[in-house]
Design a binder for this molecule. Structure first.
Ligand SMILES: [Zn+2]
Length: 147
């Protein structure tokens, strides 16, 4: 093998390595349902684990179901409906049974402020407003039936 042929082989090996690396950095999937987390950015929710890393989900529904089922420790956060800002789930209110549909069907809509949440419930034909502590597996399963 002459020198330039050797160089071509090296370049080819480099390209193979580069592209296989690019392929393995695939989309981030919801830990609960496997959906691409970024496919619906306005519904992204997550759990900041004790080591500081984020476990992300497609929606508050997946986050809460996963958290209850696995008993994982950490701080849950969601994307607030109006501001589209990431906020701690404990500070928000959640509207149940409205006409708003998220990635998993009937959505659990996170709204900042009880007044705004009640207004949202009124405007979107919601059933009720709950807090983080009231979100149980039973509640999540009742949502599933509506979707
Ligand atoms: Zn999901």
């Amino acid at each position: 093998m002459n020198r330039s042929a050797g160089r071509i082989v090296l370049v080819a090996l480099f390209l193979v390595g580069f592209f296989s690396a690019a392929c393995t950095t695939s989309v981030e999937r919801c830990a609960k349902c496997g959906m691409d987390v970024e496919s619906a950015p306005r519904w992204i929710a997550g759990l900041t684990l004790e080591d500081g890393t984020d476990q992300r989900f497609c929606s508050p529904r997946c986050l809460f179901a996963w958290r209850i089922q696995t008993g994982a420790e950490g701080s849950p956060w969601v994307t607030e409906y109006y501001s589209q800002q990431r906020m701690p789930a404990a500070e928000l209110h959640f509207v149940v049974g409205s006409d708003v549909i998220g990635p998993m069907g009937s959505a659990l809509v996170p709204v900042a402020g009880l007044k705004a949440a009640e207004q949202f419930r009124h405007d979107h034909d919601g059933e009720r407003v709950v807090e983080l502590s009231e979100i149980t597996l039973e509640l999540l399963q009742s949502l599933k039936k509506q979707s």
